[in-house]
Write a protein that binds this ligand. Structure first.
Ligand SMILES: Cc1cc2nc3c(=O)[nH]c(=O)nc-3n(C[C@H](O)[C@H](O)[C@H](O)COP(=O)(O)O)c2cc1C
Length: 185
């Protein structure tokens, strides 16, 4: 027996993408976005509304960063998804994030967010609305690496559970990809 639901923006897992940008004065801002993901080899697409400060910043600076939300920063990640930089001047500081200029793009990284994609603006389709970025660099804090690779146990990435309005922690490995299915070939 299966139960039917009306159409919703539900999927498992949904990401917690923390988008970083600078405004014209050089103030750093962040927002939380769940509606996005990799859409090409080195491209990311995220549905963000045009009234966000983030959108205005990105259209002006032609660049942004995308960090992965983490369990250690969950309150700050949630806060930047509720407060707008349009209304709260010290949003970034209140959220507990410390901006650091990216070496590759005109956008900030944040000391407390260890995994960050550095992106140049490719397009913004206002009517959809969808942002497309080219990933020109990936900056990862060494504190979340083991033997030079990302260690999810250290990174503690979180996922947005849109059905139950919760953040979930990711981290358990169940099998090796491109491998476990080989036994069925
Ligand atoms: C869990 C979560 C997911 C969100 N996902 C999106 C999203 O995918 N697209 C979007 O436009 N806004 C999304 N938001 C809302 C923005 O993060 C929010 O409006 C934020 O205040 C915008 O900040 P800004 O105006 O400083 O850019 C989300 C908020 C939360 C809490």
């Amino acid at each position: 027996m299966r139960k039917e639901f009306k159409p919703e923006a539900w999927l498992y897992p949904m990401p917690v993408l923390i988008i970083g940008s600078y405004d014209v004065e050089g103030n750093a801002n962040l927002m939380n976005a769940a509606w996005g993901g990799i859409s090409n080899d080195t491209q990311i697409s995220i549905c963000i509304s045009n009234y966000h400060k983030t959108t205005k910043n990105i259209l002006e600076r032609k660049a942004f960063t995308v960090s992965v939300g983490t369990a250690d920063t969950v309150a700050g990640c949630d806060y930047v998804g509720m407060a707008s930089g349009n209304a709260v001047e010290d949003k970034t500081e209140r959220a507990g994030f410390t901006p650091v200029r990216s070496e590759k793009v005109n956008a900030p990284l944040f000391r407390e967010l260890p995994f960050t994609l550095e992106c140049e603006l490719v397009a913004y389709y206002e009517d959809e609305p969808r942002l497309v970025g080219e990933i020109v660099g990936i900056s990862i804090d060494e504190s979340v690496l083991t033997d030079g690779k990302v260690d999810v146990k250290k990174l503690k990435p979180i996922s947005f559970d849109a059905v139950n309005n919760r953040y979930l922690i990711l981290g358990e490995s169940v099998a090796e990809a491109f491998s476990v299915g080989k036994k069925l070939i």
